[in-house]
Design a protein around this ligand. Structure first.
Ligand code: ATP
Ligand code: MG
Length: 617
């Protein structure tokens, strides 16, 4: 149900008028007076399963808010959802977890009317869904956020939320044109409510900022505010914590609880297990479109099938090796590498895909792995001097200086909004510097455009993936080497095979268009595409975002492997533990300035870093 809080302007909505009243705050958990949280006129028998915050829920009583029955969703030969059934009870936070590509987002899409299921039914609040268009489903009371954020970038944060309130407006089109008193009243209310919602999610100070200029974390909060603006009964959150650090995650947990305590029912997809286990009342686990478990967090955590399919077990041997005092084993510089320069070899063959436009430009030779120990003291590949970057009048980076030596793996750590992505974008040439210099291989590239930087070997796998949605997986990968084409077909094949070996899912889905891949699959594609360019400096912006726990372990192993094979890496990550463990050095960025730098492991043990980024005091 919507809206709680009598006297609270935020929820002063039609549902309140219809008899919804807030639960008394002093109500002890476990016992709830249903009349206090139900519409006065509702039949208590049908809604007796209303739950209080943190109440133990183990038996379904009465009608659930949402019932998914035998839902099947096929895309050609692929069965994304396979005879899946589950219920969501009113007032609970239900977690939906499972490996990348398990069908979680597809399930959201079927519930919210984006897809028409191949078979099965969805019943919401007593009504069977199926024929209603998406806006009607929103009006019925289902709202969602998106895995790949979908905001109106050119509109302000407040305007984005006000758009959400439109779903509830009653003014007719002529009324809006004639600007009737009702229209004015609704408009004023919408702005007030919008502001209150921004306050509620914690981004009110940024109300008049364009959505595209907000940090990723703030954009996610804004998506939640916009979804709440439609006054939903059920709020579906698709990976709301992606890209958050531990302290931001715990703030988000508080927000999700607050939303539930305000009377909303929440369906939550999330890969962060600490968050899922900490906030959900019950969890449904999917694998290959099938439900493999359904139970309380405690049960799910210990379920062998879930551990095998999704959670994995920490690789203790590997962890021990990583934190050994002398660090990970040194690489053998003579070992054959995919990134070795084969330019000297004869017989040049261009790939057919590039033949039409004439011979491609000569790519720079890829250097051999650095011979020096990667401790920052070696030959610098990238030097950043006193870099100032801003958005309009707002200065985002206040004079950052840093460097990355050949062969190093360096991490840039910082909270959302600290300026990490701004730094990455400036290094890629996507944002101009207001002051300062960027040197790449000793050459000043400050004024060099982004495409030219790519040709020189500075390659970014961007935050938010940037997969070409209409192109197939194969075409996306080919785009990766477009600016730095291979000279020999064998080299292309070798690199492609390597990418497929790193991400077998991409091989399986070679012909699938990028836009229909699951979030995690898109992330793999973005990294794979960057690797196809054989970067000299690989800029990875949150590579673990949206990946299932087991795949996260894999991805960091892959990053170390790429680095070991001679590619210099600058990494932005919220997963500080993994990133610092594997990094030679790291920089801590706080509100646009570098506040600390040091060896990866040294920072891992730094009390301030631990408190801020590892979620331990
Ligand atoms: N329109 C579509 N056409 C073809 N395949 C699709 C389509 N939509 C989804 N799929 C496939 O269905 C499977 C399930 O996708 P879904 O997005 O539901 O996964 P997910 O559980 O949300 O994964 P993630 O955690 O990575 O986001 C994936 O393998 C995906 O590639
Ligand atoms: Mg998904």
């Amino acid at each position: 149900m919507t809206g709680p809080g009598a006297g609270d302007a935020l929820f002063d909505n039609e549902d309140l008028a219809a008899g919804y009243v807030p639960p008394p705050s002093e109500e002890p958990a476990g016992e709830v007076d249903v009349t206090a949280v139900l519409p006065a006129l509702a039949d208590p028998g049908t809604v007796a399963d209303v739950v209080a915050p943190q109440r133990e829920i183990d038996t379904a009583v009465g009608e659930p808010l949402l019932r998914v029955s035998n839902l099947t969703m096929r895309f050609g030969g692929l069965t994304a959802l396979d005879d899946m059934s589950f219920d969501i009870r009113r007032g609970e936070i239900l977690g939906l977890i499972g490996p990348n590509g398990a069908g979680k987002t597809t399930c959201f899409n079927a519930i919210t009317g984006v897809y028409k299921p191949t078979a099965g039914t969805v019943t919401f609040d007593g009504k069977q869904l199926g024929k209603q268009p998406r806006n009607a489903i929103t009006r019925l009371g289902i709202a969602r956020t998106f895995q790949n954020i979908r905001l109106f970038g050119e509109m302000t944060a407040l305007e984005n939320v006000v758009v959400g309130t439109d779903a509830r407006h009653k003014t007719s089109v002529p009324g809006a044109i004639l600007r009737t008193p009702r229209f004015h009243r609704e408009e004023r209310d919408a702005v007030e409510r919008g502001m209150a919602l921004l306050e509620f999610v914690g981004i009110a100070p940024r109300a008049v900022e364009k959505a595209r200029n907000l940090s990723y974390g703030d954009q996610r909060r804004l998506e939640i505010a916009r979804a709440l603006a439609t006054e939903p009964k059920l709020l579906c959150l698709d990976e709301p914590a992606a890209g958050f650090n531990p302290s931001e995650k715990s703030a988000l947990m508080d927000l999700i609880r607050k939303i539930r305590d305000d009377g909303y029912t929440v369906l939550l997809i999330e890969h962060d297990m600490r968050l899922v286990m900490g906030v959900t009342d019950r969890i449904v686990v999917l694998e290959f479109g099938r439900k493999i478990a359904d139970g309380l967090p405690e049960q799910i955590r210990q379920d062998p099938a879930v551990i095998a399919a999704y959670l994995g077990v920490p690789d203790e041997a590997e962890a021990a090796a990583l934190v050994a005092p002398d660090g990970p084993p040194q690489l053998d510089p003579n070992e054959p590498s995919l990134f070795t320069n084969h330019a000297a070899e004869a017989a040049t063959t261009y790939l057919p895909v590039y033949e039409q436009g004439g011979p491609p430009p000569e790519p720079e030779p890829v250097p051999e792995p650095a011979a020096t120990a990667p401790d920052g003291a070696g030959e610098p590949l990238l030097v950043v001097e006193d870099m100032i970057v801003g958005y309009g009048r707002i200065e985002a980076l206040h004079g950052i200086s840093m460097h990355v030596a050949h062969g190093e793996l360096v991490t840039l750590l910082g909270a959302n909004g600290a300026g990490k992505t701004t730094t990455m974008r400036a290094l890629s040439g996507l944002l101009p510097l207001q002051q300062g210099r960027v040197l790449f291989e000793g050459t000043d590239i400050t004024r060099i455009k982004a495409p030219e930087r790519v040709i020189q070997g500075l390659i970014q796998a961007p935050e938010g993936r940037g997969v070409f949605p209409g192109m197939t997986v194969q075409e996306n990968l080919d785009m990766g080497c477009h600016a730095r084409p291979f000279k020999k077909k064998a080299e292309y094949t070798q690199t492609l095979d390597w990418v497929f070996e790193l991400f077998p899912r991409l091989l399986e889905r070679r012909k699938q268009v990028g836009g229909t891949l699951s979030g995690g699959e898109q992330q793999m594609l973005a990294i794979g595409r960057a690797l196809m360019a054989r970067p000299k400096l690989l800029l990875l912006d949150e590579p673990s975002m949206g990946l299932a726990p087991m795949v996260i372990q894999q991805i960091f192993r892959i990053i170390s492997e790429i680095n070991d094979q001679g590619t210099t890496v600058l990494l932005v990550e919220q997963n500080a533990q993994q990133a610092l463990t594997r990094s030679h050095r790291a920089y801590i960025l706080e509100t646009g300035s570098v506040t600390k730098t040091g060896g990866g492991r040294e920072l891992l043990h730094d009390p301030a870093v631990k408190a801020a980024y590892l979620g331990v005091a």
